[in-house]
Design a protein around this ligand. Structure first.
Ligand SMILES: NC(=O)c1ccc[n+]([C@@H]2O[C@H](COP(=O)([O-])OP(=O)(O)OC[C@H]3O[C@@H](n4cnc5c(N)ncnc54)[C@H](OP(=O)(O)O)[C@@H]3O)[C@@H](O)[C@H]2O)c1
Length: 322
C-alpha cells in the first residue's frame, strides 16, 4: 500500500529522511481493527520523528502520522484516537506510563490503511468532513484538554495563546473564543497576527509584547522562546499549561522566583482521553465550530506540507487526502 514514512533521521534537515512509496499492509493483532484512511493531518510530531525524537534507528522504516479519519471494517465513518495504552490500563489514557502515539511504536496513519486497537476507533460526527475530522485527534484534542481540563477555564476568563500560527495554537484560539473567553495571541509574523484576530483572538501582539492586562491562563507550545513572557503575562494564582517546546526546552530565564512568589501553577499536558475526544466532537457539533485548515493536498504531495511546516509557514492544519 502507499505510505509516507521515515527511512532515516536528520536532526537539522528532517525532510532528508522522508520517503513516499510502498509499504506492507498492516498486521492486525487480536482486538485490533483496520481503518481505511480517507484523510489525515500533519503535526509537528511528524517532524520530530524525522529528526529522531521519540524513535530509534531499529524502528525504521516507520510510517508517520498520528491522525486519521476514515472507514472501519463495516464501512462506518470513524475518527482514530491516537493514544495507544496497555490493554490492562484503566483510567486516564494519557497517564499510562506505557502509552504511545501512533507512529511511535506502531505504524502511523499516513497510509492507505492503519491498524489500531478497536477501542481507539470512535464515530465521526456526521457534520464534519473527513478532512475536518482528521484534524481532531492530536492538535485539537490537545488544545481542548489544555483549556478545559488542565487550566479549568470558564466563559469570561482570559487566556494568552503563544505562537498563533501553529496547529495547536489556532485550535486554542478558535476553541477559547467559541467558549466565551477573552483571547490574546502572539506571533512573530504580522500577517499571522491579523489572521489570529480574524479567527477569534480579541488582540494579537508581537511575540514578547506586553498585554493590556494579565491573564488567567497561558497556553504554551513554543517553549524556550516565549516562556519568560508567558510567566510575566500571568495573573497571580494563574496557570500556564505547556504541551510543547518547538523552540527548545531551555528558556534563558525560567522565572522561578515569579512562579513561587505569585503562587502560579505550571501544568504539563499531553494529547487527551477518548472521553475528551468525545467532548470535543460534541463541542464542535453544538457550537458549529470547525477545525481551521491551512491547506489540503493529496497524500502523494505530502512533502510540500512537511516543507511548509518546517519553514513555519502554516496557519492551521495541513491535511492529506487519499
Ligand atoms: N503534548 C502533546 O500532546 C502535543 C500535541 C500536539 C503538539 N505538541 C507540540 O506542540 C508544538 C506545536 O505543535 P504544532 O503541531 O501546533 O506545530 P506547528 O504547527 O509547527 O506550530 C509551531 C508554532 O510555534 C511558533 N514558533 C515556532 N518557533 C518559534 C520561535 N522561535 N519563537 C516564537 N514562536 C515560535 C510559531 O508561531 P508564529 O510563527 O506564529 O510565531 C508556529 O506557528 C510542537 O512542539 C509539538 O510537538 C504537543
Amino acid at each position: 500500500m502507499f505510505a509516507v514514512f521515515a527511512e532515516s533521521f536528520d536532526p537539522d534537515e528532517p525532510l532528508n529522511g522522508l520517503r513516499l512509496g510502498e509499504r506492507p499492509e498492516p498486521t492486525v493483532p487480536d482486538g485490533w481493527t483496520t481503518v481505511t484512511v480517507k484523510a489525515s493531518s500533519l503535526n509537528h510530531h511528524d517532524l520530530w520523528s524525522l529528526r529522531g525524537v521519540g524513535l530509534k534507528e531499529d524502528q525504521l522504516p516507520m510510517i508517520l502520522g498520528c491522525d486519521a479519519a476514515g472507514l472501519d471494517e463495516d464501512g462506518n465513518e470513524v475518527v482514530v484516537h491516537a493514544v495507544l495504552t496497555d490493554p490492562s490500563w484503566l483510567g486516564d489514557e494519557t497517564h499510562d506510563p506505557k502509552r504511545s502515539l501512533l507512529s511511535e511504536r506502531h505504524q502511523g496513519t499516513f497510509a492507505e490503511r492503519v491498524a489500531v486497537p478497536r477501542r481507539n476507533v470512535v464515530p465521526k460526527p456526521a457534520g464534519l468532513s473527513f478532512e475536518e475530522a482528521a484534524c481532531l485527534p492530536t492538535a485539537w484534542l490537545t488544545a481542548y484538554r489544555m483549556l478545559f481540563t488542565q487550566a479549568g477555564l470558564k466563559p469570561g476568563d482570559s487566556v494568552l495563546v503563544q505562537g498563533a500560527g501553529g496547529g495547536v495554537a489556532t485550535a486554542l484560539i478558535v476553541l477559547a473564543r467559541a467558549a466565551g473567553m477573552r483571547v490574546f495571541a502572539t506571533s512573530r509574523d504580522e500577517t499571522k497576527r491579523k489572521r489570529a484576530e480574524e479567527i477569534g483572538a480579541h488582540e494579537a501582539v508581537e511575540t514578547g509584547a506586553r498585554l493590556p492586562h494579565k491573564v488567567d491562563a497561558v497556553m504554551e507550545t513554543v517553549g524556550a522562546a516565549t516562556w519568560s513572557h508567558s510567566i510575566k503575562s500571568l495573573r497571580p494564582g494563574g496557570t500556564v499549561v505547556i504541551s510543547g517546546a518547538t523552540s527548545g526546552p531551555k528558556p534563558s530565564n525560567a522565572e522561578l522566583n515569579r512562579i513561587f512568589f505569585l503562587s502560579m501553577r505550571v501544568q504539563g499536558s499531553t494529547m487527551g482521553t477518548r472521553e475528551e475526544l468525545r467532548g470535543l466532537t460534541e463541542f464542535l457539533d453544538v457550537t458549529g465550530t470547525r477545525p481551521l485548515i491551512d491547506s489540503t493536498m493529496p497524500m502523494q504531495q505530502a512533502e510540500d506540507g512537511f516543507a511548509a511546516m518546517a519553514r513555519g509557514e502554516v496557519f492551521g492544519k495541513v491535511v492529506f487526502t487519499l
